[in-house]
Write a protein that binds this ligand. Structure first.
Ligand SMILES: Cc1cc2nc3c(=O)[nH]c(=O)nc-3n(C[C@H](O)[C@H](O)[C@H](O)COP(=O)(O)OP(=O)(O)OC[C@H]3O[C@@H](n4cnc5c(N)ncnc54)[C@H](O)[C@@H]3O)c2cc1C
Length: 394
């Protein structure tokens, strides 16, 4: 949709046709940001916010990155929260979709829904685009923005991808990302609990990645934005360690002293009650049970210096064994996709006139509006470049 708008803004006389498999375009926008659509982020450090081939397209992210201005020009005001996340002022994702749809129809784009593209072929300098119901469209420039299997029920597209591979387009296999991690040793009592922590995946030997934020414990899985951000670094197959530092502001020694002081002021409290000044009760009990089975039942004053030290260490590193991750349906985005496009136009170097944008490209961002930012930005870059090439050819 962003690509079509950019193409028509570059040349209002050009004929733009948008083929959409669903009954209307842009439906995924409605579920983003819990229905509020976190459409961008004001903090834009590419190496720390994006993965995949994002650095290769840094000029696209730089030159077409003004989402707030883009949406303002479509009649949509935004507001930015204290963490830089940009939302529509209305607080409703439907406002974002409406703004795009109205702009498309005002600019004169033709939208054909229930049109699943199954094949794209390059035929003597132009393209034949075939749909599942036997229709064929011809165009000198084609932009493919078919997304990924993330969050979609029954994303097939084997035929479309097969036709792209026949044109030597390189496509890296999709893998779910921004998804919960399945863990095998999660106590039932933690279910439904949330805690702020630095979550780290891996160990010193194999490499460790860390993210900070709210961790949510579920039924056999751990989620929360920081854990979902870590999921792109996990292959979903091998066992890995996830450790949570629930008191990152203090060293283990400082925490040990703090617990010892708290115990000396109320030695007759339950040990778990002393920890409730640091973490939620269910987390405190889990920590004590992990240190020693009966510790959580004992009075705080009975804890030995070693047990206090062990408790502090456990609060700094509560570990779980990750055995898998959620599938495509529960993922917000995917890693993988089309690789090696031209860095500023997103055109396939092997197939002049064929462009890609959005999640189908091998770029994935962290939670916080970065993936939609890539979708609008790459779409506008591809739409603008396609019309530039069209004019060059004429
Ligand atoms: C639950 C959820 C919440 C999210 N929240 C956020 C958020 O708050 N902020 C953020 O930045 N990102 C968020 N994302 C990610 C974001 O939605 C995607 O990165 C973004 O939608 C990608 O845009 P796209 O246009 O590339 O792909 P899509 O939005 O997936 O659009 C692709 C379109 O192509 C159509 N299509 C596919 N194949 C064909 C075909 N063969 N023929 C014709 N049409 C086809 C599809 O029907 C679809 O309409 C979220 C994702 C999910 C699942």
């Amino acid at each position: 949709m962003a690509a079509a708008i950019a193409a028509l803004r570059t040349d209002p006389a050009v004929k733009v046709l948008l083929l959409e498999r669903a009954d209307r375009p842009g439906k995924k926008i409605l579920v983003t940001g819990n229905g509020r659509c976190n459409l961008s982020n004001s903090e834009m450090d590419i190496p720390s916010c994006y993965n995949g081939e994002a650095m290769h397209y840094k000029s696209v992210l730089r030159d077409f990155g003004d989402d707030i201005g883009f949406f303002r020009s479509l009649g949509l005001l935004t507001r930015t929260d204290e963490e830089g996340r940009v939302y529509p002022m209305s607080g409703q994702a439907s406002s974002v979709l409406d703004a795009l749809r109205f702009a498309l129809s005002a600019a004169g784009a033709e939208i054909v829904c229930s049109a699943e593209v199954t094949r794209v072929e390059s035929v003597s300098g132009s393209f034949s685009v075939h749909t599942a119901d036997g229709r064929r469209f011809t165009s000198s420039e084609v932009i493919i923005s078919a997304g990924s299997p993330a969050g979609v029920h029954g994303y097939e597209n084997q035929n479309l991808f097969g036709s792209l591979r026949r044109m030597n387009i390189r496509i890296k296999e999709f893998s779910p990302a921004l998804v919960q991690l399945t863990v095998k040793d999660l106590p039932a009592q933690l279910r439904g609990t949330r805690v702020r922590a630095v979550a780290s995946l891996g160990n010193d030997r194999e490499g460790r990645v860390s993210r900070t934020g709210e961790v949510q414990f579920g039924d056999g899985y751990i989620s929360g934005i920081c854990v979902m951000d870590l999921s792109r670094f996990y292959d979903g197959k091998t066992q890995k360690k996830l450790s949570l530092d629930m008191c990152p502001e203090m060293t283990a020694g400082e925490l040990e002293n703090f617990i010892a002081d708290a115990i000396s002021s109320r030695p007759d409290s339950d040990a778990a009650a002393v920890l409730s000044g640091i973490v939620p009760k269910a987390v405190g009990e889990t920590v004590l049970k992990r240190c020693c089975r009966d510790l959580y039942k004992r009075k705080a004053g009975s804890l030995s210096p070693e047990e206090i030290s062990q408790t502090a260490s456990m609060l700094k590193s509560l570990c779980f064994t990750v055995t898998g991750k959620g599938g495509f349906k529960s993922a917000q985005i995917c890693t993988g996709g089309v690789e090696g496009l031209e860095r500023s136009s997103l055109m396939a170097p092997e197939v002049p006139g064929l462009y890609f944008c959005g999640e189908i490209v091998d770029v994935d961002g962290e939670c916080g509006g970065y993936n939609l930012h890539w979708a609008w930005t790459s779409g506008r870059a591809a739409g603008t470049a396609a019309i530039g090439r069209l004019h060059q050819d004429q």
